[in-house]
Design a protein around this ligand. Structure first.
Ligand code: SF4
Length: 214
């Protein structure tokens, strides 16, 4: 019996080494593709890349970290990939069936808006850019919500069943939101805040208008 164990351990050991080598090679290639895509704005095999990214996320992050690159690029990249993949389906939905969810932290700290059942009711007081954005989005036909808390979006989705969504938020919120919309088969576009936090956050408004106007 014992004489069969040696070759068995040898085969298992060899298989483990091959798997580790393959993971490292694919992760290294993934890291290079991410850096290249950020530089050129071009995506290759987006769906396959997204699956590979979710499987190899930690290893790719470690490789980028070792190469002194920002490992947050991996999350940014997965958001860009999802936006890219969702783009066509999102634009097949008419504006009237598209919903926008904005984070309340984008408001002015002196915001006079009151909280209601449909979120924070902006009165377009001019203290921040939210009022203008709401007016423009609604003129295009969008439904516009300022989100007071994390369960709000799920409640609104359940109540109105939007066919497409634009979400603004920090990196983690967008990543989780896009994954949630994917699980509900709702094409969504995420726009990341340029400065995250609890209050006085900032947004590249041109990027936001571009996302909803296209
Ligand atoms: S524009 Fe709207 S969201 Fe901004 S501070 Fe005024 S009421 Fe609040």
């Amino acid at each position: 019996m014992i004489e069969y164990l040696d070759p068995l351990f040898y085969i298992v050991g060899k298989a483990v080494v091959i798997v580790i080598a393959l993971v490292l090679i694919f992760s290294f290639m993934g890291a290079l593709v991410i850096l290249y895509s950020f530089k050129t704005g071009r995506f290759f095999y987006a769906r396959i890349m997204l699956i590979a990214l979710s499987l190899l996320e930690s290893v790719i992050k470690a490789i980028l970290w070792l190469g002194r690159a920002d490992d947050a690029l991996v999350d940014d990249f997965s958001i860009l990939l999802r936006n890219y993949i969702n783009h066509r389906k999102f634009h097949e939905v008419s504006n009237g069936d598209r919903y926008i969810f904005m984070p309340q932290c984008l408001r002015s700290v002196d915001c006079p808006a009151k909280l209601g059942p449909e979120g924070i009711a902006c009165v377009n007081c001019g203290r921040c850019q939210m009022g203008q954005a709401k007016e423009y989005a609604e003129s295009l036909g969008y439904k516009f919500f300022i989100v007071p808390g994390s369960s709000f979006i799920k409640r609104i989705i359940k109540k109105y069943r939007p066919k497409a969504i634009v979400g603004v938020g920090c990196q983690m919120e967008i990543k989780e939101g896009l994954a949630m919309c994917h699980s509900k088969d709702i094409p969504a576009i995420g726009v990341m805040l340029t400065k995250a936090g609890c209050v006085a956050t900032t947004l590249d408004w041109d990027q936001f208008y571009e996302a909803i106007s296209e």
